[in-house]
Ligand binder design. Structure first.
Ligand SMILES: [Zn+2]
Ligand SMILES: [Zn+2]
Length: 105
């Protein structure tokens, strides 16, 4: 029996990173405007770049990296209703997005 104790300090300062400009959801492609990973979203009508990603992209990103505190699914699993149906439009629960934003590296 080995008794290994790892006392690595957990960095507690991951939070300010959301202010640095780019939304971490840019790491995934946008299912709405088809922007590629690391590219900004565009308005489909005018082609103008958007400062923030589409909500659908944030949802896709949240689904990829975070568990959902609301419906208790693991990362990559779509959110579902209490009856077990997927949410419409590939949406995720708001709490999952919050979770993703807080845990994003
Ligand atoms: Zn988009
Ligand atoms: Zn959920």
């Amino acid at each position: 029996m080995t008794d290994r104790r790892y006392t690595a300090p957990m960095p507690d300062e991951l939070r300010h990173r959301l202010r640095t400009g780019q939304h971490p959801a840019r790491a995934v492609p946008c299912p709405h405007c088809k922007a590629r990973a690391h590219s900004p979203c565009r308005l489909r009508k005018s082609g103008r770049l958007m400062p923030q990603p589409h909500p659908q992209r944030v949802a896709a990103w949240s689904q990829l990296i975070a568990c959902c505190p609301e419906c208790q699914v693991t990362p990559t699993v779509p959110c579902r209703t209490p009856e077990g149906w997927p949410l419409p439009d590939h949406a995720v629960h708001a709490r999952r997005t919050t979770e993703a934003e807080e845990t994003s590296p």
